[in-house]
Design a protein around this ligand. Structure first.
Ligand code: SAM
Length: 287
């Protein structure tokens, strides 16, 4: 059970709140971590979205910066937050939506305007949410708390074992940086793992149905994802062996020679730009 010094739950008509494992509830109690997140936020007039406000500690700090639209799946927490933030909701400072945020992403109804995302994400769907936000053209940046290993996958550098399709996708759409780590003691209840704050600034703009970045349109992005799946299907095998399951092996060998690369090169040894070049050339040859 979580007990609060700042709020008498019974006085506002709420039962004591028990953290639910099934919703990945680890509430951030360390105010210094909250302050560091706030200091890292981009300064602009864009809409601000929080996923999983929980007991609203991070929300409270975000509300001091600008209005917040928050998506929370847990009905008990929504009841609590509506009571805690009655005034902020009435003033239009806080918009609280009770929903599974994945459904909002799937239906493209999360936001009809550009937004920045700030969230202490539930571990069990953190990677999925980041991938959805990467592809959501309205999402312009994200500062998200995730399991340290997940953050490392998105921010990984070439030639490291963490450098897989997640890093290449994220770093094709934006810049991915780990800001700092957060120890389990900062949460209630404490998770079994260390967390990190991951920042992704998107650089690919989507204007009038066209990307201004490396992907001309969404179809190209989907094809690049397919290329990455194929390139990394067996990360220990050579890129040649992996990609030859999809493209003609002789053409791939020629391409590798043209690029002065060894035939034995593995997918994680190729940098982001090399993967873009190989993808584009293979697609041209394939057309
Ligand atoms: N933001 C709070 C904090 O920092 O203390 C809570 C973070 S807790 C790690 C994750 C939050 O996400 C919980 O409030 C949980 O109920 C919520 N959540 C879990 N799955 C969700 C989903 N599918 N859609 C929206 N919220 C979800």
């Amino acid at each position: 059970m979580i007990e609060y010094n700042d709020l008498n739950l019974e006085n506002i008509g709420c039962k004591l709140i028990e953290a639910k494992k099934k919703f990945g509830q680890n509430f951030l109690k360390d105010t210094s971590v909250v302050s560091k997140i706030i200091q890292s936020m981009p300064q602009n007039n864009r809409k601000l979205i929080e996923i999983g406000p929980g007991l609203g500690d991070l929300t409270q700090a975000l509300l001091k910066v600008k209005p917040v639209t928050a998506y929370e799946v847990d009905e008990d927490l929504c009841v609590y937050l509506r009571k805690k933030y009655t005034t902020k909701i009435a003033e239009g400072q806080l918009t609280l939506v009770q929903t599974d945020v994945l459904k909002q992403f799937e239906t493209g109804t999360l936001s009809d305007e550009p937004y920045d995302l700030v969230a202490n994400l539930p571990y069990y769907i953190a990677t999925t949410i980041i991938l959805e936000a990467l592809e959501d053209q309205n999402c312009k940046s994200m500062i998200v708390m995730v399991q340290k290993e997940v953050a490392e996958k998105f921010a990984a550098l070439p030639k490291t074992k963490e450098f897989t399709s997640l890093a290449i996708l994220a770093q094709s759409i934006g810049t991915a940086t780990i800001l700092f780590d957060v120890s389990p003691e900062s949460f209630e209840p404490q998770p079994k793992v260390v967390s990190s704050i991951l920042k992704i600034d998107k650089q690919t703009e989507f204007v009038n149905g066209k990307f201004s970045g490396i992907f001309e349109d969404n179809e190209q992005l989907q094809k690049f994802k397919k290329y990455l799946r194929c390139s990394f299907q067996s990360p220990r095998k050579t890129w040649l062996k992996n990609i030859s399951s999809e493209f003609d092996r002789t053409c791939v060998e020629e391409l590798i020679h043209e690029q002065n690369l060894p035939l034995t090169i593995r997918p994680h040894e190729l940098g982001v730009l090399s993967h873009h070049l190989l993808f584009k050339t293979l697609r041209l040859n394939d057309a």
